[in-house]
Structure formats: C-alpha cells, structure tokens
Design a protein around this ligand. Structure first.
Ligand SMILES: [Zn+2]
Length: 371
C-alpha cells in the first residue's frame, strides 16, 4: 500500500493499492444437480448433499485456503467455490473431489445437518413464498415451480441414491480464474473424470406463458413481477433491465422516486434455470405498481432514446472491465450457468419487441394481509 504524506493543506488522505493480485484464484466446481432433478421422495437432497460435502472438507486445509470456501444449491445447480491463494487451488479441487465421492456420514450427523438447513430455510422463506407464487402461476407443475426451502426428509439412503444417480462427469464443470495451473487442476480432478457418463433426461424447458397472470399471497405489502423469457433473448433482457430498473440510471427507478407517493425500493434480478430466463422485478409497495406498469407501457410506445442506449453501452463496457477483476463474477458465465452476452448491443427495435414479449407474459404477485 502506498502512503502519501499526511496532508497539511486541508485535503483528505489518499491511500492506494494495486488491484487484483495475481496470487489469488477463484475456483469453483459446478454440478448440474438441484431442486429440478430431485425425485418425489428426494426433496432437499441436493442442498443437504451440498452441506455434507462442505463438512467433509478437512478443517485444517480450509484454514490454509483462507476460509473463503462455500457452497450453494439452487434450482438446477449445486456449486462449491473458493477464493484462495492460487497455489492452493489444486489442493482445494483434490479435497473437493474426495469429499464429493466420500461415503456419507452416519444418520445422526445427517440429522444434525438437517437442523442447520432448517435455520437457513426460515431465513429464506419469505422470498421463496413470493417466487413460488409467481412460478406456479407461470409454469404450473413444471419442476421449475418447486419451493427451494424444503425440509429435507431425506435420510442417508435417499441422499446416496440422489448422488449415485446424478454424479456423472458430463454434469460437472470446473472453473478457475486467476493464475492457476490448469494441468495440475486437471490431474487432481481426474477421479471426477472417471465417473460414469450421464444417463439423466433433463426435464424439457417449461412453455413460456402466452398471457399475463396474477397471484396474491398473504405477506407484507409489496408486488413482484416475473417476466419469463427465452434464454436466446438474454442480451436484450439484460439491457432492458439496465434501461428500466438500474437503481441510478433506470427509468423506473427515477420515476418511482419522483412519484407522488414514492415507491422507492425497486429491485431487478435476472436468473437462468431450466433452459429459460426469469426476470424478477420487486417493489416494496403495491400502490407503486401502476407507476411501474405505466412506465413500461411508455417504453413500449416510445422506445428508448439515443442517450439512454449510449448509457447502456457504456455500462456494459465498464462491466466488461470489472468482470476481468471480479474473478468470481465470471465463473457463472464460464460454467454456462447463464448465457454469455453478445458482443454487440441489441437494437432499439429488438429491445422494444423483447419488452413487448416479456410484458405480454408477465405474472404479477401482490402481497398484503387478507382483508
Ligand atoms: Zn445451505
């Protein structure tokens, strides 16, 4: 860190440090196995297994790697990742490969881990309730519309069966960013390459709704919109999300802030699962929903201005730079968990056409206590 002399002219002190040290690596092992792939009696098996694998990592090594090791399990992917000294990356992958294939702990240990999951579930339940209402309204009984925060009733045999069925080499992707030795990584990952080939048939992508849908839940005041889209439209939808809902640049955010009754908290998030994209728009106040709807209708009628499109292009270019430094951010793209964005920005006409498609199939979920 460079230290400037203490200022004596009233200026603030500035300290600088070089960014993105080359000795750091971000490594992740992606497994295409999640809630989508669980059988009727396997609910929660992917999440439970994710925890059991983390627990099976040797503690003294986790300490040596820096402790920034974690796992996540979602709708269709389970991932274990670490941000660690680059020289430790092969050891991490070797330990992970071992833990993933190791015999499961006894029933008591599994029951203990199930209680850990119960605490996590409580924390995530509110969000899950909202999303589930939207997903069910959009996709009915497709496996995409499953609750993520399930109580794993799964015993040892069930977890074992789930793992045996889905742990195959074609479902695994290893990603690494930073100064890592790819040959060493490949060598330590060899046991995973020896796993059988995939015989699983993925559920087909759900059909996109053709008309708007609505749902209501008993929850705090708020409104959630789900705008499903074909993943081939990802570049246009990600641009639309910036144009409309970026917290500082987006039209909707500005409009909501200036509304007579400000509905300030708008949150936009894009997710990819089951072969399609899910654009989530959250509002913390239901009465702001008409403002949001009106602004989208304006976008459909009038399109987007040249300065707005220039801002979107600048934003994308800056993000490309940031992605180079944000090692972990790139991993999702590397793993194919979300589509890589096209080099060129979608045209204004494509944006309007995409927005019209998304808007025509929106699902609106309203929250509020029952009257
Ligand atoms: Zn968890």
């Amino acid at each position: 860190m460079a230290h400037e002399p203490a200022p004596d002219d009233g200026a603030i002190a500035i300290r600088t440090a070089p960014a993105a040290p080359a000795e750091v690596a971000a490594v992740a092992l992606w497994w295409r196995a999640g809630r989508l792939h669980e059988g009727a009696d396997e609910a929660g098996a992917a999440h439970l297994l994710e925890h059991l694998v983390c627990d099976a990592l040797p503690r003294h090594r986790v300490a040596r790697w820096g402790g920034a090791v974690n796992g996540q399990s979602g709708r269709e992917w389970t991932v274990w990742h670490a941000l660690l000294p680059a020289t430790q990356a092969p050891e991490f992958i070797a330990a992970l490969a071992g833990a993933l294939a190791a015999p499961l702990p006894d029933a008591a240990a599994i029951a203990g881990e199930t209680r850990v999951l119960a605490a996590e579930r409580a924390a995530a339940k509110v969000r899950d309730d909202w999303e589930l209402a939207a997903l069910r309204a959009a996709f009915g009984d497709h496996p995409l519309a499953r609750s993520l925060v399930v109580a794993p009733g799964a015993g040892r045999e069930v977890v074992e069966r789930f793992r045996a069925r889905l742990l195959c080499r074609s479902r695994l992707v290893l990603t690494a960013a930073g100064r890592v030795d790819a040959t060493a990584l490949r060598a330590v990952a060899a046991p995973l390459a020896g796993l059988g080939a995939d015989a699983i048939i993925e559920p087909p992508p759900p059909l996109l709704p053709t008309v708007p849908g609505r749902a209501a839940i008993t929850a705090a005041d708020g409104c959630l919109w789900l705008l499903p889209f074909a993943s081939a439209q990802s570049a246009a939808v990600e641009t639309l999300s910036d144009l409309l809902a970026h917290p500082l640049l987006g039209r909707l955010s500005r409009r909501l802030r200036n509304a007579p009754e400000p509905g300030y908290a708008l949150h936009s998030e894009i997710e990819y699962a089951a072969g399609i994209g899910l654009w989530w728009l959250w509002l913390d106040q239901r009465r702001a929903a008409p403002v949001l709807a009106e602004e989208i209708e304006t976008g459909l009628e009038c399109g987007f201005s040249a300065p707005e499109l220039a801002d979107a292009a600048a934003l994308r270019s800056a993000r490309a730079t940031l992605d180079g430094a944000d090692l972990t951010g790139r991993l999702a793209v590397l793993a194919g968990a979300r589509p890589a964005l096209a080099e060129t920005l979608p045209t204004a006409a494509t944006l309007v056409a995409t927005l019209a498609g998304c808007w025509g199939r929106r699902v609106q979920v309203e929250g509020g206590a029952p009257a």
